[in-house]
Structure formats: structure tokens, C-alpha cells
Design a protein around this ligand. Structure first.
Ligand code: ACO
Length: 428
């Protein structure tokens, strides 16, 4: 294959190098485009064809349904690793040995407290506030309590910032839920595993011991692993672009949380459950909703279907579908919502509209069903996604800063008015 791409504009030819990744993906390096062409730019709304960076963290092949973190397949990681090992892998590039993992966990635990004044901020929110808005605000507020900006050239400072946020974030998640439920705000226990501690912090009632359920621990661990990174998606790109101005880690994460909130991204897991509930309330007629999804004059979309990158199947959805059936079976939950979900996916998988457009169930089609069985309120679903995505965001932010990437600043094609003289207010 040639090592360059040639572009012809108005009879002038320009060569641009081709860059090949470790998985043989090819990119045209257009860094010099504007300079050599005298200002010609590319236009690519939604960045469907634009690589914003080189990254060594996550590989995904949407056609083949492959997802790997640092070279390890999502299937193996979901089966054999725990969330903290995966977090370490994503952030530092290698699976930790026992000693490294113990130190990592112990350092995280040292930071598993937040300034008590955070409670006052939380208090100021109405109970009706959406947990994602609260979480984004609290994460941003952490900056005020930890104001020193990270010197990214210091490995020690970078490490400290990472363990600090991994320690504090689950507290913010748990408090966000507890505040909504009117439960007292408390800390976890340093004797517990990372995921067990999260469950205890979320669910412990003040009047009784919290009894760990290994099925729930395992299910949450798996869900967090499946959500831990997904290369340059909307929220991760937001974290990277925010951090590219050298804004700190916590505020960059807060920006990512806001981006994740939307129903076309992380908010889809809430939207899926609400959609399934609506279908149930409406008599469970899945065919009616399939027709609505296909009707171009109807804004309804089948939430949890389709993906910007996966055009074959979402490997996470496969794992999670099995997990959902296991969890519901183990807990003895009979949920009519699961039957509606199964019905919809079976119909969609053989419907030409969905087949032709390569629309398959994505990870969020099933995650909400598990969260619901675990007793997590629907409005918290996207918060749980943020909890899982945290190590990915951190890893991507770290990579961006370590590679000394330039500030993110896309171009545009201006299509507005050309120059016009100012009109006095009396003449308008
Ligand atoms: N239901 C019905 N039709 C759909 C759906 C859907 N869920 N998704 C895509 N389509 C149709 C579009 O109408 C379009 O049809 P057309 O070609 O006739 O105009 C075609 O499929 C392509 O859709 P796009 O929106 O162009 O695809 P894009 O890659 O931009 O969007 C997205 C992907 C946003 C995920 C989309 O499939 C969607 O809105 N899905 C529902 C929301 C969802 O589940 N989001 C979670 C994504 S996973 C995650 O963030 C973890």
C-alpha cells in the first residue's frame, strides 16, 4: 500500500502521509492541510471520520464487534478480572501484580473521604435534582477542596490525583443517591473490596448491618468493567478536550459527566427503562413500538438500539444479556420488562429496517434491567455508568497530558452573513 494520500484541489496536488496503527488501521495525517493549501479545511460534523488523537488505551472494531482494553479482550476481562484491576490496567497500561494491586487499593482507601463541607453543597440541591447534575457539580466542587493543580510531569503528583479521585468519587455517587432517598450520608468501610464498599455506601440502612450479596457484587463488578472505557466517545472526547486547555482533572471529569448525561449517550440506560415501562403500561405491544421507531414522521427511537461505532453487534451487550438473565434468575426476580426487552430485540434483529441500518442492541439495552433488579433507582443509572467510566476518563486525560497534546480547537466552515454595515437601532 502507498504511504501517502494525494488530494487535488483546483488542479494543485498535495501529498499527505498515511499513518498505520498497531491494528493496521490507516489514517491520513492532515496536520499540514491548512498550511499547504492556504486555508482549506475539512468538514465532518459529529467527527464520524475524524481521528482526534493517537491512543494506546482501547481498541474497538465496530464491524467485527471487538473491544479490547490495552490489548486484553473485554470478554476475558469481564470473566477473569475485577474492576480495580481493570482500572489499573487502563490507567497505567499493564495488569497489576498482587503487590501493585494491594498498594493501589490501599492508596485509594486513604483518600476515601471528602471534606464534610461537601455535605452543605449537597444540602443546597432540591431532592428533585437529577443525580447527574448533582454528581457533575460535586465533582467540580472537589477542585475547591483540593485546589493544587496537578504537575503532570511529576509521576507522584499524577498518581496522587488519580487515587484521590478514585477514592472520593464513589462517595459522591453514594451520597447523590442517599440524598435523593433522604438517607443519612455516611462513609464506607476500609475492610471491604472497592465494589463491595460502593454497594454498602449506597444501600446501608442506618438501623441495620449491610449484608453483601455476592451475586450483586459480581454483577456490579462486571457492569463497571464493561463501561470502563470506550475510546473517543462523546464524554471521553469532552474530558480530553477540556483537559487540553490544562484544566484540572476533576473539572475535566465533571465536563465528561455532563456530556454522558444526554440520552443519546450514557442517558440511554435511563431512557431504555423508561421506554420499556411505557410499553408495559401501554399493554406490552412491542409491534406498535417497532412501527413507531421505523416511522420517520415519529420522533420515537428504540432506545438502547444502534451505536455510532458498532455496526455488527456490541460485544458488551452480549455479555450483559447473559449477566441480566443470571442476576434475575439468581435473585428470583420475574420482571415483565425483561420479556418486553427480549421481544423487542428478537423482532428488531429480523426486521429489515434494523438489519439494513445495522442497528443492534447496545450495552445500555440490558444494563438498566440489572440495575433495577439491584434496587438502584432509574435516575441513578447514568450515574452508575459514570462510576464505571471513571478509570477510562482518567486514563484518557492522563494520556492526553503525558503526550503533551495541543489544545483541542476544531475549525468550522462559516455559512453566515458576509460583512454588513451596522444598523442603528432606529433603523431596525
Ligand atoms: N431507533 C430507530 N431508528 C434508529 C435508531 C434507533 N434507536 N438509531 C438509528 N436509527 C436510524 C436513523 O433514523 C437513521 O435512519 P436513516 O438512515 O433512515 O435516516 C439510521 O438509523 C442511522 O442513524 P444515525 O442517527 O445517523 O446513527 P448515528 O451513528 O449518528 O447514531 C446513536 C448512533 C446516537 C447511538 C443512535 O443509534 C441512537 O440514537 N440510538 C438510541 C440511543 C442509544 O441507545 N444511545 C446509546 C448509545 S451507546 C452508549 O452511549 C453507551
Amino acid at each position: 500500500m502507498s504511504d501517502k494520500a494525494t488530494l487535488e484541489i483546483n488542479g494543485n496536488k498535495y501529498d499527505f502521509p498515511l499513518v498505520t496503527g498497531t491494528e493496521n488501521e490507516v489514517a491520513i495525517d492532515i496536520k499540514t492541510l491548512r498550511g499547504v493549501t492556504g486555508g482549506v479545511t475539512t468538514i465532518d460534523p459529529g467527527y464520524k471520520n475524524t481521528g482526534s488523537c493517537e491512543s494506546a488505551i482501547t481498541f474497538l472494531d465496530g464491524e467485527k464487534g471487538i473491544l479490547r482494553y490495552r490489548g486484553y479482550s473485554i470478554e476475558e476481562l469481564a470473566e477473569k478480572a475485577d474492576f480495580l484491576e481493570v482500572a489499573y490496567l487502563l490507567i497505567f497500561g499493564e495488569l497489576p501484580n498482587t503487590e501493585e494491586l494491594e498498594k493501589f487499593h490501599s492508596d485509594i482507601k486513604k483518600h476515601a473521604v471528602v471534606d464534610d463541607d461537601i455535605k452543605k453543597i449537597l444540602d443546597a440541591f432540591p431532592k428533585s435534582a437529577h443525580p447527574m447534575g448533582v454528581l457533575a457539580s460535586l465533582t467540580s466542587a472537589l477542585t475547591a477542596f483540593n485546589p493544587t493543580s496537578v504537575n503532570v510531569d511529576s509521576e507522584e503528583e499524577m498518581y496522587n490525583a488519580i487515587v484521590r479521585i478514585l477514592g472520593k468519587f464513589p462517595i459522591l455517587v453514594a451520597w447523590t443517591m442517599r440524598k435523593k432517598q433522604g438517607m443519612p450520608l455516611d462513609y464506607g468501610s476500609s475492610s471491604l473490596g472497592y465494589v463491595e464498599n460502593i454497594l454498602q455506601m449506597m444501600f446501608k440502612r442506618p438501623d441495620e448491618e449491610y449484608k453483601q450479596n455476592p451475586i450483586l457484587v459480581n454483577a456490579l463488578d462486571k457492569l463497571l468493567i464493561l463501561h470502563a472505557d470506550h475510546e473517543q466517545n462523546c464524554s471521553t472526547s469532552t474530558v480530553r478536550i477540556t483537559g487540553s486547555s490544562h484544566a484540572g482533572l476533576f473539572v475535566s471529569l465533571s465536563a465528561g459527566i455532563s456530556a454522558l448525561w444526554g440520552p443519546l449517550h450514557g442517558g440511554a440506560n435511563q431512557a431504555v427503562l423508561e421506554m420499556l415501562e411505557d410499553i408495559k403500561e401501554d399493554g406490552g405491544d412491542t409491534k406498535k413500538y417497532m412501527a413507531k421507531a421505523k416511522d420517520k414522521s415519529d420522533p420515537f427511537r428504540l432506545m438502547g438500539f444502534g451505536h455510532r461505532v458498532y455496526k455488527n453487534f456490541d460485544p458488551r451487550a452480549k455479555i450483559i444479556k447473559v449477566a441480566a438473565e443470571e442476576v434475575l434468575g439468581d435473585l428470583g426476580v420475574e420482571d415483565p420488562i425483561l420479556d418486553i426487552a427480549k421481544g423487542l430485540s428478537e423482532e428488531a434483529l429480523k426486521d429489515p429496517y434494523f438489519v439494513d441500518r445495522k442497528l443492534y442492541p447496545n450495552v445500555d439495552f440490558y444494563s438498566g434491567i440489572i440495575y433495577r433488579a439491584m434496587g438502584i433507582p432509574v435516575e441513578m443509572f447514568t450515574v452508575m455508568f459514570a462510576l464505571g467510566r471513571l478509570p477510562g476518563w482518567i486514563a484518557q486525560w492522563k494520556e492526553m497530558r503525558m503526550r503533551k497534546e495541543p489544545i483541542g480547537r476544531p475549525r468550522q466552515l462559516y455559512v453566515g452573513e458576509t460583512y454588513r454595515p451596522f444598523k442603528d437601532i432606529s433603523e431596525r
